[in-house]
Write a protein that binds this ligand. Structure first.
Ligand SMILES: C[S@@+](CC[C@H](N)C(=O)[O-])C[C@H]1O[C@@H](n2cnc3c(N)ncnc32)[C@H](O)[C@@H]1O
Length: 280
C-alpha cells in the first residue's frame, strides 16, 4: 500500500507540476520532455527494446499477444508509437496524475489495444492485478522525492513483470550529473542542479533481488546505458560555453549539428540513462 506519510510530504509538488504540464502541452510529444533529440532518442531506444523483448519471447515459443505496460505513461505519447509499431499486442498505461491520465484516455478512445488506468508506483497493486511481459518506466521513479519510496517502487514495478519478462527504465543518476557539472566547471559554467520535482538515483539502485542484467543483445537490442551522453555534453557544456551570457536556445541548429555529427554515446555526461533488466 502507499505510505500516507510519504504521500503527504511531496505529492502536492509533483501533482501540481504535472497538472501544469498537462495544461500547457496537452497531447504533444514535448509533454514532460521539451528537448526534441532526447525525446526521439528515448523513443528509438524503447522501440528497439520492445522489438528485442518480443523477439526473445517468440523464440521461447510464446506467440500470443504480449502485455506491454508503460508505468507513469503521461499523456500516452510513447504508448501510441508502440501500439502503431507492434499492433498485435496489448498495451496498458498506468498513470497517477489525473490530468495526464485523462489526456491519455482521450488519445486511445478509438484504439481498443490500449487501456489506461489509474495507478501509483508506490502501491504494490499498481497495475490492478495485471502483469506485464514487457514493461517501460520512462522518467518516473525520479519523481518520488524519498529514497525509501523509490526502493519500494522498484520492488512494486519488478513484481508487476512476469518471470522471464523484460523491463526498461529511463531514469536519472546523481553520479552522472556530478560528472556533467565537473565538465561544466572546466569552462566556469555554474553547476546544474536536478529539477525541483526530481530526486536522482544512486549508482547501484537497480542491484536488487529478482532481476538480472538483460540478455537482449542477441535479439537486436544494443543501446548502451549512456545513450545520451554526447547530446548532454553538447547541450549542457559545449553550447553554453560558446554562447556564454546568452540564454541557451533549446533544440538549436548548433545542438542538432553537433549531437548528430559526433559519436552518440561518449563519456558519462547524461544523468538520463537506460537500465534494462530481466525479471527472474
Ligand atoms: C517525466 S513524466 C514522464 C511521462 C511519460 N513516461 C513520458 O515520457 O512522456 C513522469 C510521469 O510519472 C507520473 N508519476 C509521477 N509520480 C507517479 C507515481 N507515484 N506513480 C505513477 N506515476 C507517477 C507523472 O504523472 C508523469 O506522467
Amino acid at each position: 500500500m502507499v505510505k500516507s506519510q510519504a504521500k503527504a510530504d511531496y505529492d502536492t509538488v509533483i501533482s501540481e507540476h504535472y497538472r501544469k504540464v498537462a495544461e500547457s502541452d496537452g497531447l504533444s510529444s514535448s509533454s514532460t520532455m521539451a528537448d526534441n533529440i532526447t525525446r526521439s532518442t528515448e523513443t528509438e531506444a524503447i522501440k528497439e527494446f520492445v522489438a528485442a523483448a518480443l523477439e526473445r519471447r517468440m523464440q521461447a515459443g510464446d506467440t500470443g499477444p504480449a502485455t506491454i505496460m508503460d508505468v507513469g505513461c503521461g499523456n500516452g505519447y510513447t504508448l501510441e508509437i508502440l501500439s502503431e509499431q507492434f499492433p498485435d499486442h496489448e498495451f496498458l498505461g498506468v498513470e497517477k496524475t489525473d490530468e495526464l491520465r485523462t489526456l491519455a484516455i482521450t488519445r486511445f478512445e478509438s484504439n481498443a489495444s490500449v487501456d489506461i488506468i489509474e495507478g501509483d508506483i508506490r502501491d504494490s497493486n499498481l497495475s490492478q492485478g495485471r502483469y506485464a511481459d514487457i514493461l517501460i518506466c520512462q522518467r518516473v521513479v525520479i519523481n518520488l522525492l524519498d529514497p525509501s519510496d523509490q526502493r519500494d517502487a522498484l520492488r512494486n514495478i519488478k513484481e508487476t513483470v512476469k518471470v522471464g519478462g523484460a523491463m526498461l527504465f529511463v531514469e536519472c543518476f546523481e553520479s552522472s550529473l556530478s560528472r556533467l557539472n565537473e565538465a561544466r566547471s572546466e569552462f566556469e559554467l555554474e553547476a546544474i542542479p536536478s529539477a525541483y520535482h526530481n530526486l536522482y538515483l544512486e549508482d547501484g539502485f537497480f542491484d536488487v533481488d529478482g532481476v538480472s542484467p538483460h540478455s537482449l543483445s542477441s535479439y537486436g537490442f544494443d543501446q548502451p546505458s549512456n545513450f545520451l551522453s554526447t547530446h548532454f555534453y553538447v547541450t549542457r557544456v559545449l553550447h553554453p560555453m560558446m554562447t556564454k551570457g546568452q540564454p541557451v536556445k533549446r533544440n538549436s541548429e548548433f545542438v542538432n549539428f553537433f549531437s548528430s555529427a559526433l559519436r552518440p554515446a561518449s563519456g558519462d555526461y547524461a544523468p538520463l540513462k537506460l537500465v534494462v533488466l530481466d525479471r527472474i
